[in-house]
Design a protein around this ligand. Structure first.
Ligand code: LLP
Length: 424
């Protein structure tokens, strides 16, 4: 068995790509394309790496469901004992739908509405990660109206450079996220003085697709300095939330493994005397990114003077990362042909935009009707999919050993038209 880099449960067998024990071409024929396929074992292995790193600690892993919020995916993590990091009332409803314990749900995001706060208070979520001083005041009011006390943690912007794509870097001064390092103590004093808030922790998240432990170590130092300052004022912090952000291997990227990273970070935490605190984490991409692929059918090959195009039935509405971030995803023929010469193509979708490309200058041996797999598409693909060009969203299946579960039916055009009205 010949596993793909970073994706031990996605491998070649008998000249065909398999997810766990199931051939990708078989899935494409049975369920149609575009089709997202996820490996359950891969998700659980990614989670296990975090757990190894945190062994013996009081720690909660709150899966950041924005990475992939399909119920079948959430169910895997809920059953494995994870909590959830949410950023909207909609995500709260998803967490509850898979039986998450409200205490293990934390609510992040810079723009929580009063209605979302009320909804989260009613079910008794574990913590609000507050991102501005104004939000503290509103949350206090909303909790007061319900006669409740809201558990809060303040998201600090530690002003460290996560050295990642500017659109997914969040811990720098110029970002909209968190409360500036210099204002943090002031915000904590205010929070502690408000009747309907209870300070429970501190929080930071510095960016996404981080491939080096350096920014994490810097952020930890800065957060621990703040913990010491805040506690010197008599405000006790029960938990420290280090956010998510750990990268995955898209194209020879070498992020630290979650267990190695956490062994290193815990060494610092202990050395600085904070080893007794409960640790919260909000990983998204690193739990699901490499567990998924998107299967698509080759529609046309279009040779050109400057470029050859391989036109497939998945597009930027299914896989927005290349168009949005110029992100690179591996692309493989699900069953490479021995009778076709590998040719260099730009792999593009049917959407009417030049930005609708999935990969540039890729060598593929394919013919129309063949299936390709776009790799590492478990995170930030389906959850960011749209209906642009009135394209229905793809189906999703979860593979568990030799079994396949449909976790999302392919959307139908009727679903799209349902909420629209003709003028009378
Ligand atoms: N916690 C907070 C507060 C976040 O904002 C995020 C991601 C996470 C946790 C999870 O981060 P992760 O472990 O997945 O890196 N759409 C972009 C990524 C946006 C990340 C937004 N925040 C992409 O496709 O690369």
């Amino acid at each position: 068995m010949n596993a793909l880099p970073g994706q031990p449960h996605i491998h070649w067998r008998d000249g065909e790509l398999h997810v766990e024990q199931v051939p990708v071409t078989q899935l494409a024929r049975e369920h149609g394309t575009p089709l997202f396929v996820y490996s359950k074992a891969s998700m659980l292995a990614a989670l296990a790496a975090y757990r190894r790193g945190l062994e013996g600690r009081r720690a909660r892993i709150c899966y950041a469901m924005k990475a992939n919020s399909s119920l079948g995916v959430l169910q895997v993590f809920a059953q494995a004992g994870c909590g959830f990091d949410i950023v909207s009332g909609g995500e709260l409803a998803r967490a509850l739908a898979v039986g998450a314990k409200p205490h293990d749900i934390i609510f992040s995001g810079v723009g929580k509405t009063r209605a979302e706060m009320a909804q989260a208070l009613q079910v008794g979520i574990g913590c609000f990660n507050v991102e501005s001083e104004a939000e503290l005041e509103v949350l206090d009011q909303v909790a007061g109206q319900q006669g409740r006390v809201a558990p809060v943690s303040i998201r600090v912007n530690p002003n460290v450079d996560a050295k990642t794509h500017p659109y997914i870097s969040t811990g720098l001064k110029g970002n909209k996220f968190g409360i500036a390092h210099e204002r943090t103590l002031h915000a904590y004093k205010r929070a502690a003085s408000l009747k309907h808030l209870r300070v429970v922790g501190i929080d930071c998240h510095i960016g996404s697709q981080i491939t080096d432990s350096g920014p994490y170590l810097d952020a930890m130092d800065r957060i621990l300095d703040l913990v010491a300052t805040i506690e010197a004022e008599g405000i006790r912090l029960q938990h420290i939330d280090f956010g998510g952000g750990l990268g995955i291997d898209y194209r020879g990227d070498r992020p630290p493994a979650a267990d190695a990273l956490w062994t290193e970070l815990l060494r610092k935490l202990d050395a600085r005397g904070f080893g007794d605190r409960e640790i919260l984490l909000e990983p998204g991409r690193s739990l699901v990114g490499n567990a998924g692929l998107c299967v698509s059918e080759v529609l046309y090959l279009k040779p050109g003077e400057q470029k050859n195009f391989c036109i497939v039935d998945a597009a930027m509405n299914d896989l927005p990362r290349p168009a949005m971030y110029e992100a690179w995803h591996g692309i493989e023929a699900a069953k490479p042909r021995s009778d076709a010469q590998p040719t260099t193509y730009d792999v593009v979708g049917p959407v009417c935009e030049s930005g609708d490309w999935l990969g540039r200058e890729r060598s593929l041996a394919v013919q129309p009707g063949d299936f390709i797999a776009v790799l590492s598409t478990g995170a930030y693909c389906m959850s960011m999919a749209s209906n642009y060009n009135t394209r229905t969203r793809a189906a999703e299946v979860l593979v568990d050993g030799g079994r396949t579960h449909v976790i999302r039916e392919r959307e139908r055009v009727e679903d799209l038209l349902r909420n629209e009205r003709l003028v009378d």
